[in-house]
Design a protein around this ligand. Structure first.
Ligand code: FE2
Length: 357
């Protein structure tokens, strides 16, 4: 019953015109715009739908926060959609749209949808990389571009009260795969019909950098290579968009978990938008791992986050059965732990460290 990835992310916003300009500058293709909404797409056919808050078509946002109000996951066939909804319908209300989209809520209330999706195949051709003694580009310069054009939506991230329970819902009811565990910080999961390292990341609201309730954090878009990413960054900065608030997040950086190079922008739609390149691609041969969050966070960063200054112990082991998750299960509404007693110096995390997790 493959879920192919995010078919649509539906935002509720206060300033539709400003948000429309943001996504246009970011490189998305505008399909439609009127007084009530703007609809964009990327090359894979994934869409960003931006509506004014209060629009009756919007569900209540997860945790009543700004940002993505509903995530619509694309399914490969009507038979798969029927199988998923037959199971979900056993213990929760479903709402069926005229276009066949099924809406429901996860166990923790996260608004979700499922829709049959003809995901477009992507053709990328990143330039070969030269190194001393390894010449893969002889008498051939690199590709030149004017703009970054996002190809895919790679993942979405939410702050959640119980990242173990959230992961289990997506794993057991939607077929997602458990991928990696950043100990005490959150868990990564991959939709079964796609290969990017993760399709969703559940971040713990116990972290000092988290809001005091669940909510949307960011959405990541796949680009071809670091040149396209930096051309996009330069263009966005020229348009006045910044990654300069509390979530500066290391500037241009490479995660150790997922291996991806990334750069964030503060998004007037809520949360942040991420340019994302050279992530790991996985299939079902992957063995999940559990990481110390500091070690898993970064290989390098151009603006070194505070937690990463000084020695970081190398700490990763395989976690094929997910046993590492159990101690981090959390009851809904449980009191936030005292940062002074959180393990692995998680309590030391500052706002600047947020996205490095
Ligand atoms: Fe991300």
């Amino acid at each position: 019953m493959p879920i192919l990835g995010i078919e649509s992310a539906i935002y509720g916003v206060d300033d539709l015109e400003l948000c429309t300009r943001f996504w246009t500058d970011f490189g998305l293709t505008l399909l439609y715009s009127d007084e009530a909404e703007s609809i964009f797409e990327v090359a894979s056919g994934s869409r960003i739908i931006v509506r004014r808050r209060g629009d009756p078509r919007l569900p209540t946002a997860y945790g009543h926060q700004c940002g993505v109000h509903e995530t619509i996951w694309g399914v490969d066939s009507q038979a798969s959609l029927d199988a998923l909804t037959a199971d979900l319908g056993r213990d929760r209300p479903l709402r069926l749209d005229d276009d066949g989209t099924v809406h429901f809520a996860a166990d923790d209330g996260m608004p979700l949808g499922l829709r049959v999706w003809s995901k477009r195949p992507i053709l990328s051709q990143p330039d070969p990389v030269n190194a001393p003694g390894c010449v893969q580009r002889l008498n051939l310069h690199r590709k030149w571009r004017r703009r970054a054009l996002p190809k895919t939506i790679n993942h979405i991230v939410f702050f959640v009260d119980d990242y173990v329970g959230a992961l289990e819902f997506f794993r057991d009811r939607l077929g997602f795969r458990y991928v990696d565990h950043s100990r005490g910080a959150g868990a990564f999961a991959r939709a079964d019909g796609t290969h990017e390292h993760h399709s969703i990341f559940f971040v713990s609201t116990t972290l000092p950098v988290a809001p005091d309730k669940p909510g949307f954090m960011h959405l990541a878009f796949g680009l071809e290579d670091i040149d396209e990413l930096m051309i996009g960054v330069n263009h966005m900065e020229g348009c006045g968009w910044r990654n300069s608030g509390v979530n500066s997040s290391g500037g241009l950086s490479r995660h150790r978990i997922s291996s991806a190079i990334y750069y964030y922008f503060d998004n007037p739609c809520g949360g942040e938008a991420e340019y994302h390149v050279d992530t790991d691609y996985l299939d079902d041969n992957w063995v999940p791992r559990v990481w110390d969050w500091k070690f898993g966070s970064l290989i390098w960063a151009t603006r070194t986050p505070s937690f990463w200054q000084g020695a970081v112990e190398w700490d990763m082991r395989f976690d094929h059965d997910g046993a590492s998750l159990e101690p981090f299960r959390r009851a809904p509404g449980a009191a936030r732990p005292d940062p002074q007693v959180m393990p692995d110096r998680l309590g030391d995390m500052t706002d600047d460290d947020e996205h490095a997790i």
